[in-house]
Design a protein around this ligand. Sequence first.
Ligand SMILES: Nc1nc2c(c(=O)[nH]1)N[C@H]1C(S)=C(S)[C@@H](COP(=O)(O)OP(=O)(O)OC[C@H]3O[C@@H](n4cnc5c(=O)[nH]c(N)nc54)[C@H](O)[C@@H]3O)O[C@H]1N2
Ligand SMILES: Nc1nc2c(c(=O)[nH]1)N[C@H]1C(S)=C(S)[C@@H](COP(=O)(O)OP(=O)(O)OC[C@H]3O[C@@H](n4cnc5c(=O)[nH]c(N)nc54)[C@H](O)[C@@H]3O)O[C@H]1N2
Ligand code: SF4
Ligand SMILES: [Mo]
Length: 738
Amino acid sequence: MAKLPVSEEHIITQFGPHKNYSPKEGYEGRDEPDQLVKTHCCFCGMQCGIQLSVKENKVVGFEPWMEFPFNEGRLCPKGVQRYLQNNHPDRLLSPLKRVEGQGFVPTSWDEAMSKTVKEIQRIQKEYGNDAFSVLSGVSLTNEKSYLMGKFARVALKTKNLDYNGRLCMVSAGAGNKKAFGLDRGSNNYSDLEYAEVIIVAGANVSETFPTLTHWIWKARDRGAKLIVIDPRIIPLARTADLHLDIRPGTDSALYGAMLKYLADHDMLDHDFIDNHTSGFQETLDAVKDNTLEWAEEITGIKKEKIQQAAELWGRASTSFLLHARGIEHHSKGVDNVLGCINLVLATGRIGKPYCGYATITGQGNGQGGREHGHKCDQLPGNRDIENPEHRKYISDVWGIDEKDLPGKGLSAYEIIEAIHRGEIKGLLSICFNPLVSLPNSNYVREALEKLEYYVCIDFFLNETARHADVVMAGSLQEEEEGTTTSAEGRVIRIRQAVTPPGDARTDTSIILELAKRLGVRTKFAFENSEEIFNELRVASKGGTADYNGITYKKIEDNMGVFWPCPTEDHPGTPRLWEDRKFKTPDGKAHFNPAPYKLPGEVTCVDYPVILTTGRVVSQYLSGTQTRRIGKLVDQYPEPLVEIHPNLAKQFGIRQRELVRVSTRRGEGIFPANIVETIREDTVFIPYHWSGKKSANQLTPGTLDPISKIPEFKVCACHLEPLNEIAPPSNESTAYASV
Ligand SMILES: Nc1nc2c(c(=O)[nH]1)N[C@H]1C(S)=C(S)[C@@H](COP(=O)(O)OP(=O)(O)OC[C@H]3O[C@@H](n4cnc5c(=O)[nH]c(N)nc54)[C@H](O)[C@@H]3O)O[C@H]1N2
Ligand SMILES: Nc1nc2c(c(=O)[nH]1)N[C@H]1C(S)=C(S)[C@@H](COP(=O)(O)OP(=O)(O)OC[C@H]3O[C@@H](n4cnc5c(=O)[nH]c(N)nc54)[C@H](O)[C@@H]3O)O[C@H]1N2
Ligand code: SF4
Ligand SMILES: [Mo]
C-alpha cells in the first residue's frame, strides 16, 4: 500500500500547528543571559563567528563575536535570527511513530530504536544489505559526517549512502580534483583585498554569502575591477564594472571564448603553463572555433563585453575568480567549473599572494562534509572508495576486513530512482529534506510512498519526514560539541550552548545507539565528539584532506586551522599551491578541455521560456528552518516568479498576477514579480518552499554525468497568466502545506 504523507491535522498530536516564531520584540524583551558561548552560525558556508546568549539551558539571543577574523562581528539576516530555533514551538521533543488513521504519535526511544533496527534487519535479510539506504547532510559537523560514513559502511554494511552536497558542491569538487587533485578553495578570503580583478560567476553573493561582500568591498576600495556573470542583475552586479548577462546553461561557451582571446592576444603566463601545468595545447585546440561572435550567439552576451572581460582578466597582475551554484547546477556543471579553472591556470594567478580561485561552498559544513566519507564514492580524507590502497587504509582504521567494506553506491537522486524501481526498500535520512530539495518532486514523492521503512532524524518535522514510519528527535547545531570547516578551508569549533530540550537527543547519541543495537558497539565506542574527531584525524592522515595535525585545542587557540595540516607542529595552509606541488598524479595543475554542450533541456514551441531557480537572502535551503522564523518570513513570504517587463508583456502578465508555470514534469502557481533585472528570455523562482509552492515540481532530474549534480539552473517552461491578482502575502500563504 502506498505510504501517504501524514497530513497537517495529524501532525498536531505533539505540538501546536506550525507557527512562524518571533516571540519578543527587540532587545528590551530579552532576558539577561547566564552565559555567552562563542560558536558559529548554523547556516551558510561562511560560518560567521557568533556568540549565543544562553539562559536556563535555552538560547535566548546573540551577540556579535568581534574577534573572529572572517566576519569580525558582521552577520546577515539569517544569522541574526537563527537563535529562535532552539526554543521554537515546532521543535520535536520526542520520537514519533506513524499510526495509521491517527498520524504521528509520540513514542519511547526504546520503541523507536527497536522498531528501526528490526526493520533494517528484515529488509536487509529479505533484499540484501544495499536495499537499505542512507541520505545524510552537511549542516552536520565534521564528526557527524564522519560518523554517518562509518555507520553506513560498518553498521549497516550498505553501499547506498549519499549526502545533500550531491545537490551542491559536487561539480566543483569533481572539477577541482581533475585540475588540482584536491577539493578546496585555494585561498582564505582576505586574499581578495588586494586582487586587481575579481570575477564572480553564478554567485549571488550579496544574498547568499552576505558577509563575504565585505572582502569584495575592501578590494573595490583599492580600485579592483569587478566582473559579474549572471542572467540577473543581482545586487552585486549593480556595482560591477561589467555585468555579463549570460543565457542560463551557456557558461562554458563564454569561458572558451575568453581563453581563446587570451591566447590570441598572448595574455598567458607561459612560464607557469610550461613548468607547472599539463594539457594546455589540447584545451586550446578545443576552443579554437570559440570566437567572440560565436560566443555572443550562444551566450546572449554582447561580444564587446566578452572582449572587455577577457582584457580585464588578461591584463591584471593579481586576481580572484569565485563561482557558485549558478555555473555548477548543470548537467555540464563540471565542464563549467573546468572552463573557469582554465582561465585561472592560463594566467598563472594561483598560489601567490592576492591571487586565487574558489568555488564558494554553500552549506554550513559544505567543505568539511565533503571530505570525511559520507559520499557514495568516498572514504575519509577525501579518499576514493574504489582505490585498493585507500580501502585497505580505512579498513585498518575501522578494524574491519577490506572485503567487508562496501564499494561505490548510488548518488542521492539515483537512490530515489532505485527506490522508485523497487530496488531500495528502506531509508534513513538525517539533515536532508529531499522532497523539497531534489528535482522533480512529484517523482520523489512517488518514490517515498513506495518505501517499506523510512526513519528520519531531524529537530523539525520537515516535509519528507511526513512520509516516515518513525521520526527521531535530533539536535540543533548548538546542542553538540564539534567542528565544521568553513568555505575558506578553516576548521573551526562548534560549541555546545545547551542540551537538547524535552526527550530530544543529540544526533551522535542516536547514531551510536543504533550502531550498538545493530551489534557493532565496539566499533562505535566514542565517549564524546572529540574522540570521534581524533579518529577522523587518523582516518584522514595521508589523504588529500589531511586533518591529522588539527586538535580541538589548536583550533581554539588559533580561532581555526586551515587544512591540509599533516602534523601537530604544522601551522595549517591558508593559501594552497605556493609550493606549486599539485596533488595530481604528475604533480602538475591540469588544463581540461571543456567544450560547450547544450543543456539537458532546451526551449521549444510548447515550453518557450528558460526557467532557472535559486535563493533569496532571508530563506535557507528547503526552508525547514527559516520558514519557521517570522521575521525572515516577513522579508520574503512566498516564492515569486521573476520576469522581465518585455516577457511579461508578451504573455500579458501583470504585476502580482498569478502565473501558472509549467514544465514537462509539473506545474506551480506563483505571483509575478516584474523586474528589469533579469534577461528577457529567462524567469527565476526561488526554491525554499514546499508542495504547490515548490520550484522543484518543475525542475528536471537530469544529472551531470561525472558529478551527478541535478540541473537546477536550466530547463524549459511555459507561462500562463491566470487573470487573478495574488492577495497580499501573509502567514497562511507563507507556510504552504504539502
Ligand atoms: N540566503 C541564503 N543563503 C544561502 C543559501 C540559502 O538557501 N539562502 N544556501 C547556501 C547554499 S547551500 C548554497 S549552495 C549557496 C548558493 O549560492 P549561490 O550559488 O549564490 O545561489 P543561487 O541563488 O542558487 O544561484 C546563484 C546565481 O546563479 C545565477 N544563475 C542561474 N543560472 C545561471 C547560469 O547558467 N550561469 C550563471 N553564470 N549564473 C546562473 C542565478 O541568477 C543566481 O543569481 O548559498 C548558500 N547561502
Ligand atoms: N530548484 C533548486 N533546488 C535546489 C537548489 C537550487 O538552487 N534550486 N539548491 C540545492 C542545494 S545547493 C542544496 S545544498 C540543497 C539543500 O537541500 P537540503 O539539504 O534538503 O535542505 P535543508 O533545508 O538543509 O534540509 C536539511 C534538513 O536538515 C535539518 N537539519 C539541519 N541541521 C541539522 C542538524 O544538525 N541535525 C539534524 N538532525 N538535522 C539538521 C533541517 O531541519 C532540514 O529539515 O537543495 C538543493 N535544491
Ligand atoms: S553569511 Fe552565512 S554564516 Fe554568516 S550569518 Fe549569514 S547565513 Fe550565517
Ligand atoms: Mo548548497
